[in-house]
Design a protein around this ligand. Sequence first.
Ligand SMILES: NC(=O)c1ccc[n+]([C@@H]2O[C@H](COP(=O)([O-])OP(=O)(O)OC[C@H]3O[C@@H](n4cnc5c(N)ncnc54)[C@H](OP(=O)(O)O)[C@@H]3O)[C@@H](O)[C@H]2O)c1
Length: 358
Amino acid sequence: MARSAGSLRAPLTRWRVTPSLPCALSRPSNIWDIRYISGQQVSNNASLTYTLRSFSSQPNKGDNGISFQPGNRLAGRNCMITGGTSGIGFAIAERFLQEGASTITLVGRSQARLEEAATKLESLTGTLPGSDDSTSAIATRTPEEDSQQDNEGKIRLLVGDVSNAGPWMRELEKEMSNIDILVNAAGISISNILPRSELADISMILRTNLEGAMLTSRALLRASVRSRMRNRTQAAGTKPHSKCIINVSSLLALKGGTGAVPYAASKAGLLGLTRSLAVEASASMKDIVIRSNAIVPGYIETPMIADFTPGEITRLKDLIPLHRFGDPREIADAAVFLAQNEYANNCVLNLDGGLSAV
Ligand SMILES: NC(=O)c1ccc[n+]([C@@H]2O[C@H](COP(=O)([O-])OP(=O)(O)OC[C@H]3O[C@@H](n4cnc5c(N)ncnc54)[C@H](OP(=O)(O)O)[C@@H]3O)[C@@H](O)[C@H]2O)c1
């Protein structure tokens, strides 16, 4: 892998298939079977429900003075997050729950990693002192709807490989029927200079990072049209609220970097997807409002950049005007803003510590 001093560096991919995750080991990386997790826990452990009992009313405090006050900015919203098992997607899931989201559907390739993430989310957002019952955040639904919601659980898990979404598209569209906020955070990076890049790697990056987001977005649009037709007969005259797609792009979409050609192309493609959809959805979806937005992170402390050498970390931090990598919770902040601001459409938020200015 070639690198040049001063250039951006593509994060390496990390296939976190470790012996501690037996279920992941038994599954190929191109999992196409889908499991919709809802209902009560069953004995074979294939179907678990994670019901968020409560969430914190205390501000979170972490490194770099990151703090925020949990609120109810996303009360009543149903969210789907691809890549929700780790890093940025996980931080967004955590924060969305703390902002009162009704349900969070995590999408990932491994049931074991999804379950691990759900358990962690529950402990991070559900057991802090001073919390109260999360159902209090849902004031707009009928008691019947509330009880149905409770039965289904707050956190849902969807096993699926977005790079191979064809075989589970039907299930995905079904899952999308009540989704208000879709976050496309699933992504991989394989760092290599182009002449040495394998066709399979190039194709995998494009299919995961770009085609995957396009297909999940398409599923949301299709499901929204179907729901509108259903709702028309059920409740004519009621105005549907806005839906929102948030694509996690990268600074490499805008700046050059050695070893990052397919990754950069996929992330630039995501910005094109965001922009075109922001226009097309308003023209073609009639009374359904679907906003399309993007976040452009610089270097963020997640497993994706865990393979950087100490030398690379020092070099990169020297380049960044704020002299540090970002925290995934800082990206989650931007996601909350985009999800709840009704005028945000084709809003592209860069969070890179100033690296885009260098
Ligand atoms: N960290 C950074 O510095 C940085 C900078 C700019 C942009 N980004 C972007 O931010 C997003 C999140 O990355 P991260 O840093 O949080 O990395 P991460 O911790 O490695 O998380 C990647 C996530 O993507 C999921 N994923 C990967 N391939 C998938 C597939 N084919 N189908 C379904 N899910 C898949 C993984 O889930 P499973 O492994 O469980 O399937 C995991 O949850 C990515 O799109 C990345 O390109 C990251």
